[in-house]
Design a protein around this ligand. Structure first.
Ligand SMILES: Nc1ncnc2c1ncn2[C@@H]1O[C@H](COP(=O)(O)OP(=O)(O)OP(=O)(O)O)[C@@H](O)[C@H]1O
Ligand SMILES: [Mg+2]
Length: 234
């Protein structure tokens, strides 16, 4: 039986409007900023796919998140790792290892057990299936953490972000903030207008994350420290 208690009393669930938007950069920046100021923040990612197709100079998500949090063991960050870069439900099916929601929740609790805060990176967007009809959104509901939504600054982001906010709130998920990433040093009038429009129509806080020059903890902490983490994690 599922125990509805939150996975951690302090934490954030980082989702995005789409795949390849910036969830790992946002979660990594949050972890690195917390770690740099002496907090013990633990990363978690339910499923990592595509480990057979590494991108040069770009660590896999669980490796980047572990490094951002200091000493965390990458193996502890995620219970499921699959080779092909396809949707998690398909990767799991092809591997013959269906994703078990109970395993995910226990692994998330264990990952955060010794930590002051649990920072979870989702997979793709909220309506990505993990298994059959069990979606990333269902996993977020099980964890009970407030959402941070990574969003692109450019054209198309208003619709994608408002859809994501609606999908979250329709099942009672709390949206803590939207983070536009990577936010340029000199945003265009359209990018600034996108931010204000999402704030207004989504009735939501919109923060920005600057471009990290590297995926090193120091580079991530540098951009992450500008986020209002104390308030978000209060
Ligand atoms: N703050 C940032 N600094 C630098 N690059 C960024 C930033 N935000 C997003 N990017 C760019 O967006 C790309 C995708 O980012 P990221 O890997 O974090 O996305 P994701 O949502 O985690 O993707 P996936 O769905 O595969 O997990 C990066 O490779 C990088 O080019
Ligand atoms: Mg990622």
């Amino acid at each position: 039986m599922f125990d509805p208690a939150p996975a951690h009393s302090r934490g954030l669930f980082v989702t995005a409007t789409d795949t390849e938007v910036g969830k790992t950069f946002v979660a990594g920046a949050i972890l690195a900023a917390l770690t740099a100021r002496g907090e013990n923040a633990a990363p978690f990612k339910p499923v990592v796919t595509g480990i057979d197709e590494p991108v040069p100079d770009h660590p896999a998500d669980h490796e980047l998140l572990a490094a951002a949090a200091g000493a965390a063991d990458p193996e502890r960050v995620t219970p499921y790792r699959f080779g092909p870069a396809v949707s998690p439900h398909l990767a799991a099916e092809e591997h013959g290892t269906p994703i078990d929601p109970g395993v995910l929740v226990v692994a998330a609790r264990n990952a955060g057990a010794q930590a002051d805060a649990l920072i979870v990176e989702g997979v793709g967007g909220l309506l990505v299936p993990l298994r059959d009809t069990y979606l990333v959104r269902d996993f977020a509901v099980m964890l009970g953490l407030p959402l941070v939504i990574a969003a692109r600054p450019g054209l198309g982001t208003i619709n994608h972000t408002l859809l994501t906010i609606e999908a979250a709130r329709s099942v009672g998920l709390q949206v803590c903030a939207v983070v536009m990433t990577p936010w340029p040093e000199h945003p265009t009038a359209m990018q600034r207008s996108n931010l204000e429009t999402i704030e207004h129509l989504g009735e939501v806080e919109v923060a920005t994350l600057g471009r990290a020059e590297h995926t090193t903890p120091a580079a991530l902490a540098r951009v992450g420290q500008a986020l209002p983490l104390d308030r978000w994690l209060a």
